[in-house]
Design a protein around this ligand. Structure first.
Ligand SMILES: [Ca+2]
Ligand SMILES: [Ca+2]
Length: 466
């Protein structure tokens, strides 16, 4: 979102009549404790949790006067309304809320439906109480009103004084059943997990980007501050085109809930989920996507082995050898035996036969949870080919990979990787993936008795030979 004069937002807070919150159950998430949450079940903004901005001081050349009257809570949602009505020297009215809670590290989930049409700039972000950008800014989600199918995430950092601004960002799209996800016409969940040394960004529980301390010169460990959550719709400004005659007024940013967590003392234990790609109505939830440059990593119903959904992979068509796919980690310890399995299907009408393209099933081991491939956290890889140019077409093919976790391993990450050679064509569908530590059966009492008997027998034998 970039900078905003927080002093104005805090000093100019509105006084709403607070009605008691409905007794919503706190959310739960494995490995995390709830720090605060708002289901927006009341009839007004809970001012113990939120401050509504009241300022016509703009940043980024945006065109809105932020007014508390543009923020409402009704029907289970927080609603920020943007209008084509001049106010205090600016052409539009809109709204912005800031959490009263300051927090460093944890997880935030925000389920929201974004405003549409040219000039709308909805944002869900975290900002430190410090001269911008000296303690950082985490943009969980930003969108442009004329781009319904694309959201972005960013990290802003630098010094002040002297003023220096740097940033990193990533864009994401998603395809399901051949159609682009539309972030304007339905609710989607935007999340961030902020650890001391990295920040992970999610849309609908699909991990699409990690920012690491090494990407920002150690800023995450050395400079970043406690942050407040901000939700707003800016109108126009440097990030996008200003509204014009095509813009439809008024517009609403609706937020169903905000869930904020701190990491529990034990932290998360990673477990494998959504191997059939059915979760969350058929998304890649729980998986990390990589190399999805042209929506070449998607879920859908074209070819299915089980359930309603499968994964579809093809290349990025950038003329070079490129890698695309998904990955998901589980917690392990050294010596664990792991078994990975997945089924692949190549349709003869869009085959990779003879092309040099292939899909591999890999297990990458790391000495740190969420470690980086190729860094000192990365230990080793085991892999098999799931499908290649010599594979049978028009049949589901099962492949299994057995592996043992090496010394120092804490995470084993299953990766399904499509390698495209040049612009070679063809797609591969994947379904029914599984990944787990093979259970070592506890010896039953009869087995124990038998073992004891053998040992005793061996000892007796030895004695008898003396
Ligand atoms: Ca709600
Ligand atoms: Ca399936």
């Amino acid at each position: 979102m970039t900078k905003l004069p927080l002093c104005f937002m805090l000093l100019a807070c509105s006084l709403f009549v607070v009605t008691p919150l409905a007794s919503a159950q706190p959310p739960t998430r494995s490995g995390y404790d709830v720090s605060w949450f708002d289901e927006f079940d009341s009839s007004s903004l809970n001012t113990s949790l939120w401050t509504a901005a009241n300022t016509n001081v703009t940043t980024n050349n945006s065109l809105q006067d932020y007014l508390p009257e543009q923020v409402s809570v009704t029907g289970g949602n927080l609603t920020i309304t943007s209008e084509n009505v001049a106010s205090r020297g600016l052409p539009h009215k809109s709204g912005l809320v800031t959490s009263t809670a300051l927090q460093k590290h944890g997880r935030w989930d925000v389920r929201a439906k974004l405003p549409t049409s040219k000039g709308m700039w909805p944002a869900i972000w975290l900002l430190a109480d410090a001269p911008w950008p000296s303690q950082g800014e985490i943009d969980i989600m930003e969108n442009r009103g004329d781009q319904p199918n694309l959201t972005s995430s960013a990290f802003h950092y630098g010094t002040n004084p002297p003023f220096e601004h740097n940033f990193r960002y990533a864009e994401q799209t998603a395809v399901h059943d051949g159609a682009d996800a539309d972030y304007h016409d339905s609710f989607h969940t935007y999340s961030v997990e902020w650890d001391p040394n990295q920040i992970r960004f999610y849309v609908d529980d699909v991990h699409h980007w990690s920012l690491r301390d090494s990407d920002v010169g150690g800023f995450l460990t050395n400079d970043v501050g406690d942050m407040r959550l901000i939700i707003n719709t800016a109108v126009g400004g440097d990030f996008l085109d200003n509204p014009d005659a095509s813009t439809v007024w008024s517009q609403k940013l609706e937020v169903d809930y905000v869930h904020a967590y701190t990491k529990s003392s034990t932290g998360p234990i990673l477990s494998f989920e959504n191997g059939g790609f059915e979760e969350q109505g058929g998304s890649l939830a729980q998986w990390s996507k990589f190399g999805d440059a042209i929506n070449n990593v998607s879920s859908g119903n074209e070819r299915i082995e089980l359930g309603d959904e499968a994964l579809k992979l093809f290349g990025q068509f950038n003329g070079e050898t490129n890698y695309s796919g998904i990955e998901q980690g589980i917690s392990v310890k050294a010596g664990d035996e792991l078994l990975a399995s997945a089924d692949a299907f190549i349709a003869s009408i869009d085959s990779i036969t003879g092309s040099g393209n292939q899909v591999e099933l890999k297990i990458d081991y790391y000495s740190e949870l969420y470690g980086q491939f190729g860094s000192s956290d990365y230990i080793s890889t085991d892999s098999i080919v799931l499908a290649d140019g010599g594979s049978l077409n028009d049949s589901w093919l099962n492949r299994q990979l057995s592996s043992f976790a090496p010394a120092n391993a804490v995470e084993a990450r299953l990766a399904i990787v499509f390698t495209q050679q040049g612009n070679a064509g063809g797609a591969v569908y994947i379904d029914n993936a599984s990944f787990s530590v093979v259970a070592v059966p506890e010896p039953s009492s009869s087995v124990l008795f038998l073992l004891t008997g053998i040992v005793v027998g061996v000892r007796r034998k030895r004695k008898s030979t003396n």
